[in-house]
Design a protein around this ligand. Structure first.
Ligand SMILES: Cc1ncc(COP(=O)(O)O)c(C=O)c1O
Length: 341
C-alpha cells in the first residue's frame, strides 16, 4: 500500500538528485576539519543565518545539547518554554550531561512569556542558580507549528539581553518560519546568540543539523561536540545532502504550508476541532476523543499520523506529500472520525 505519511516532516526519503550529490561528495576527515563539503555546508549556513561560523551536528537534539553545554556551566540555569522540544523531547540531556537547571516559562503564544523570563533572573546570591540562557523555539512544534514574528522575537530578545541572558534558538524549523513570514532566514537567526537548524525536517535531508554562532562560540562548541561523540569523519556524504536540500528544497516550503492549510480547512468543514494558530506553517493539530484509535483506523487505510496526546492529533506536511495527497488524507480522516463517532 502507498501510504500518505503525515507523522512528521522527518520521514522524507532522499530524492535521486540528493542521492547523486551524496555519492559524488568530495570528503575528508572532518575531525581534522578537512572535509571540504562539510566546510562548504558550514560556510553556507553561517552566511544564510548571518553568523560568523557554523558547525555540523548529527541531529537537532545534538545541536541543542552542544549549544546549551557551550552556553552554560554546571549549576547554571537555562530558561525554557513549558512545551519546548528541549524540555519535552530531548531526554533531559541538559541536566544529564550539563548539570543545567531548567527554569520553565509559559510559551502558550509560541515564545516564552517575557515577564516570566524576567522573573527567573533573580539577583545573584548564594541561594540562586544563575540564569545564563534563554531558549526559544521557532517554529514551535507543540504550539501548533506557530511561527513567531521577527518583531515578537526582537521584543523578547531585548528583555533577555537586558537581564544579561544569552539567547539560543531551537530553529529546527526556522526555514518554515522564514517562509511563513516571507523574510530571509537571518531576519530570525541573526537576532540570537546561537541557533541550531535541522536539515532533516522540512528541508528533506536524511541526517543533520547545523549550529550557527560567533567564531569563538563555534570553536568551543566543537570541543563539546567531540565530547558527546559527535566528531564524525568523512561526513561530507551527509553534508552534501544538506547542501542539496538548501539549494533545492528551502524555496518550496510555502507549498507544505498551503497543503497544511488545505488539510485544516477540510477537517474544519468536516466538523473537527482544529487548533487555530496565529501564524500556521506545516502542522495541523486537532482534538479528537480517542486519538490512538483514529490513528490506527486511518493507518489501516494508508494514512499515517501521530497522536500528540490521548485527545489530540498532529499532522505534518512535507515534500513527500503532494497537494492531492493532502486532500485525500484529510477526507479519509473526516470520514473515519465520523465513523468512530
Ligand atoms: C523543534 C524541534 N527541535 C529539535 C528537534 C530534534 O531533532 P532531531 O530529531 O534531529 O534530534 C525536533 C525533532 O523533531 C524538533 O521538532
Amino acid at each position: 500500500m502507498n501510504c500518505i505519511d503525515l507523522r512528521s516532516d522527518t520521514v522524507t526519503r532522499p530524492s535521486e538528485g540528493m542521492r547523486k550529490a551524496m555519492y559524488q561528495a568530495e570528503v575528508g576527515d572532518d575531525v581534522y576539519c578537512e572535509d571540504p563539503t562539510v566546510r562548504r555546508l558550514e560556510e553556507t549556513m553561517a552566511g544564510l543565518s548571518g553568523h560568523e561560523s557554523a558547525l555540523f551536528a548529527s541531529s537537532g537534539t545534538m545541536g541543542n545539547l552542544v549549544s546549551l553545554l557551550t552556553h552554560c556551566g554546571r549549576g547554571d540555569a537555562a530558561i525554557l518554554g513549558a512545551e519546548s522540544h528541549i524540555l519535552f523531547f530531548e531526554g533531559g540531556g541538559l541536566a544529564a550531561f550539563g548539570g543545567i537547571l531548567p527554569l520553565v516559562a509559559d510559551d502558550a503564544t509560541g515564545l516564552p512569556d517575557a515577564a516570566q523570563v524576567a522573573a527567573h533572573c533573580r539577583p545573584s546570591n548564594v541561594h540562586v542558580a544563575p540564569a545564563r540562557l534563554l531558549c526559544v523555539e521557532n517554529t514551535h512544534n507543540r504550539r501548533g507549528g506557530n511561527a513567531s514574528s521577527p518583531e515578537e522575537l526582537a521584543g523578547l530578545v531585548r528583555v533577555a539581553r537586558g537581564k544579561g541572558l544569552a539567547v539560543h534558538m531551537d530553529g529546527a524549523r526556522v526555514f518554515n518560519a522564514a517562509a511563513a513570514w516571507n523574510v530571509p532566514l537571518e531576519t530570525f537567526t541573526k537576532q540570537v546568540d546561537s541557533v541550531q537548524i535541522c536539515l532533516s525536517k522540512g528541508l528533506g535531508a536524511p541526517v543533520g543539523s547545523v549550529i550557527c554562532s560567533s567564531r569563538e562560540f563555534i570553536d568551543r562548541a566543537r570541543h563539546w561536540r567531540k565530547k558527546v561523540g559527535g566528531g564524525l569523519r568523512q561526513v561530507g556524504v551527509l553534508a552534501a545532502a544538506g547542501l542539496y536540500a538548501i539549494e533545492h528544497n528551502a524555496a518550496r516550503m510555502a507549498e507544505d504550508h498551503a497543503n497544511a492549510a488545505r488539510i485544516g480547512e477540510i477537517l474544519r468543514d468536516g466538523g473537527l476541532d482544529v487548533q487555530s494558530v496565529r501564524k500556521p506553517t506545516n502542522m495541523v493539530y486537532f482534538a479528537v476523543k480517542n486519538a490512538p484509535e483514529l490513528a490506527s483506523r486511518c493507518a489501516g487505510l494508508g494514512v499515517l499520523f501521530s497522536p500528540a496526546d490521548e485527545g489530540r492529533v498532529r499532522l505534518v506536511t512535507h515534500l513527500d506529500v503532494s497537494a492531492a495527497d493532502a486532500v485525500k488524507a484529510a477526507e479519509c480522516i473526516v470520514r473515519e472520525a465520523r465513523r468512530a463517532g
